[in-house]
Write a protein that binds this ligand. Structure first.
Ligand SMILES: [Zn+2]
Length: 248
């Protein structure tokens, strides 16, 4: 990834994204894209030279989830409401799982992140699992969002600013195979779990962003509203014109 993009991703991260305590929310809304395994290759970037070799990515992800104990060793459980000891183990399929007695099963790191976000056990599958696996990768600095330039009219209230930055991150972290202007579902409960913002701040933020034409409705997916950021439309237009110039 070009240095400039990484820098802008990093700016977005510090401006709008509290990385502090995770909020406790309930329920979920399924994002809309077809179920695909996230391809990390296109946006992975590890060390300062952009390489991913030689880094223990699992340890980085674990650290982002609040686990600092060496892999395989037991540690105090990080799941809300759990007071047991847990372990991280690789499965035969090559994925790392979190095991603890109170769960009685192994869960993937995306599910751990969703559990932390919602404050309760979540079965995340398909595209939702992809969104929740991108989240700790982002927090572990293993994955950067495609930068989207948000044009927020001033004065912009803080909840709207934070929510917009989170939505841009959520959209930018999606697999690069999806067009930049692909609409998305960002349901109320999912938004709280993903961003750590309270229900009131999500509601106020969304409503302000819609009135300010930063965020638009693009139909529905089942009962969920489909959204698109104005910044996605601009980025997609720019991308198309860059591509056609390259082809000339
Ligand atoms: Zn536990």
């Amino acid at each position: 990834m070009p240095e400039e993009q990484r820098a802008r991703g990093a700016t977005l991260r510090t401006e709008g994204m509290p990385l502090g305590p995770l909020n406790k929310a309930t329920l979920t809304t399924e994002p809309v894209e077809p179920s695909v395994r996230p391809s990390l290759k296109q946006r992975l970037c590890g060390g300062p030279d952009g390489s991913v070799e030689g880094r223990d990515e699992t340890r980085e992800r674990a650290r982002a989830l609040g686990i600092s104990t060496p892999l395989y060793e037991p540690f105090p459980g990080v799941l809300p409401g759990h007071e047991d000891r847990a372990r991280l183990h690789p499965t035969s399929a090559g994925f790392w799982q979190y095991f603890c007695p109170e769960l009685g099963r192994g869960i993937g790191l995306a599910e751990v992140r969703a559990f932390l976000g919602y404050g309760r056990e979540m079965y995340v599958r398909g595209p939702l699992a992809a969104r929740w696996s991108e989240h700790p990768d982002y927090e572990a600095w293993l994955r950067w969002p495609v930068p989207l330039e948000l044009d927020l009219p001033e004065p912009c209230p803080q909840p709207a600013r934070e929510l917009a930055a989170w939505i841009a991150t959520f959209v930018g972290l999606r697999d690069a195979r999806w067009p930049l202007d692909e609409p998305f579902v960002f349901g109320h409960d999912f938004a709280q779990a993903y961003t750590g913002l309270t229900a009131d701040r999500v509601k106020a933020g969304k409503s302000w962003l819609e009135r300010a034409r930063v965020l638009h409705r693009r139909g529905t997916h089942g009962r969920a509203i489909l959204w698109i950021l104005e910044a996605q439309l601009h980025a997609a237009t720019r991308q198309r014109s860059d591509t056609s110039q390259e082809q000339r």
